[in-house]
Design a protein around this ligand. Structure first.
Ligand code: ADP
Ligand code: MG
Length: 469
């Protein structure tokens, strides 16, 4: 039964069934792009855009796919996929064929849950993203500790006290980047080492799939072949007792065999909720290192790096502005760069502060809640134990002058006030006095290390105020 067009008819019938049973958005995303290709011996072949698509269908819609083709073709119906694979770089789509899961497999073959069933591969694909490297991971106080632990692991995976290494921190601070950079560097130094990166989501789906298809042993065997296992976002283990149990077994076996385990989490292990205590206590065997929010200088470096990558040149005042406003999430810094590139090329707008301010507004809601010159005067006055009116007054006492100049400097950095406005709020001084003050502070910072520390401490305080606002 392969009369031309029949497969199209069959697929259209299947689509009707999907449409009734699946949310409209999901139907549009996952089913409309599928093209029926042929039917032969009760095997319906469909074409999907890429491997990810295939995996997603298999993970989420395998039941309904089976139900639909059984209904339309009969109980012996099978589904086969043609996958258009766009291999990085060459741009030529290539076809690979895969069968739907649930088919009988050779019993002594270890099943690799990452490989499309039907395609044999000896070495496990690490699933690492090669763009995450140490080279493009900017070092700062915020990530120094986990970064150097990572570098030590690269030299001796499984052979340091950092096993497991648990990297934790808020979203968008570089956990995935660092974990993958470690993986990539291990592969680079030692090609034989079998590294595997997997998200907790994917791992969980694989566990479910393995249980369903009675292949838990295969699944465990597969994970035991791994030398360095990286599991991302383990906070998603919460409330998943079965996945935790499987993970616990894999963890123990790998750890005993001296294999390296790297985990990331959005919180410290002790704060993980609904995760078995046996697991939490295992996590404490190794090193728990957090990534903090980057300081201003690190943010600037990261921003400049991302901008350079996009071929975008940013003036220092624009860099200042962006980094003073985007503080808690590096992904957002990247988002700003992309938006600037898009806005300036698509709408042919010049990259000026006005454009950047417009863009930043989309990223943060509190952009207008900024630090005022008054806030700064009070902060500096408190630090130097001086009354505020002395700072804005006429006194030429050296200590007061320094406090005044420093206040102007901070006002220029942390507010959008012009030189004239700043001068006005310091007892009606003119803009050249303000300029002179900025220069004086810069010179003092260059020559007086204690003074520089004072400035840094005050800047930190101001940034915390901004973060709280
Ligand atoms: P997380 O996993 O903590 O949510 P990611 O690792 O996905 O965060 O990082 C978010 C984005 O920020 C990524 O594109 C990453 O490359 C970038 N990034 C994070 N930290 C750094 C850093 N120190 N240097 C350069 N880029 C970074
Ligand atoms: Mg991540």
């Amino acid at each position: 039964m392969n009369s031309s067009g029949q497969y199209i008819e069959i697929w259209n019938q299947c689509l009707e069934m999907f449409k009734k049973n699946i949310a409209p958005q999901a139907y549009k995303t996952w089913f409309l792009p599928i093209k029926p290709v042929k039917i032969h011996n009760n095997v319906l072949t469909i074409q999907v855009p890429n491997k990810f698509f295939f995996e997603w269908l298999e993970e989420h819609y395998v039941d309904i796919l089976k139900a639909a083709i059984s209904k339309e073709i009969g109980p012996t119906a099978r589904l086969e996929y043609n996958i258009l694979i766009d291999h990085q770089g060459n741009g030529f789509p290539r076809k690979e064929t895969a069968e739907t899961s649930g088919n009988k497999k050779d019993s002594h073959e270890i099943v690799n849950p990452f490989v499309i069933p039907g395609l044999k591969r000896v070495k496990v694909d690490s699933q690492l993203n090669p763009t995450y490297t140490f080279d493009n991971f900017i070092e700062g106080e915020c990530n120094k500790f986990p970064r150097s632990a990572g570098l030590a692991i690269v030299k001796k995976p499984g052979g340091t006290a950092f096993n497991p290494l648990i990297i934790y921190g808020d979203v968008g601070l570089g956990k995935t980047h660092l974990a993958q950079a470690i993986g990539n560097a291990i592969v680079e130094h030692n090609e034989q080492k079998q590294v595997l990166y997997v998200t907790t989501e994917k791992f969980t789906n694989q566990v479910i799939q393995a249980i369903k298809s009675n292949a838990l042993n295969d699944f465990m065997n597969f994970y035991q072949m791994i030398d360095t296992l990286i599991i991302d976002d383990i906070h998603f283990l919460s409330n998943r007792p079965k996945t935790q149990e499987i993970f616990f077994n894999i963890f123990n076996q790998l750890h005993q065999a001296g294999k390296q385990i790297i985990l990331t989490s959005d919180r410290a292990p002790k704060d993980l909720t609904d995760v078995d205590n046996r697991l939490i206590s295992r996590f404490k065997w190794g090193l728990i290192a957090d990534i903090k929010t980057p300081d201003l200088e690190t943010r600037k470096q990261i921003l400049l790096q991302k901008a350079k990558k996009e071929g975008l040149e940013l003036s220092p005042d624009i860099v200042d502005y962006i980094c003073h406003h985007i503080k808690n999430n590096i992904r957002e810094l990247e988002g700003v760069v992309i938006s600037i590139v898009a806005q300036s090329t698509l709408n042919r707008r010049m990259v000026d502060l006005k454009l950047v301010k417009d863009i930043i507004k989309q990223f943060i809601s509190q952009v207008d809640k900024e630090i005022s010159v008054e806030n700064i005067k009070q902060l500096v006055a408190k630090h130097f134990e001086l009354p505020v009116d002395k700072i804005q007054g006429k006194t030429r006492l050296r200590e007061v002058v320094i406090a005044r100049q420093l206040s102007m400097y901070l006002a220029k950095t942390y507010t959008n006030s012009s030189l004239k406005t700043i001068g006005d709020s310091f007892g009606g001084r003119d803009h050249s006095t303000v300029l002179y003050s900025l220069k004086a502070v810069q010179d003092m910072m260059d020559t007086d290390i204690v003074f520089k520390d004072t400035v840094t401490a005050l800047e930190k305080k101001l940034e915390m105020t901004l973060q709280d606002s």
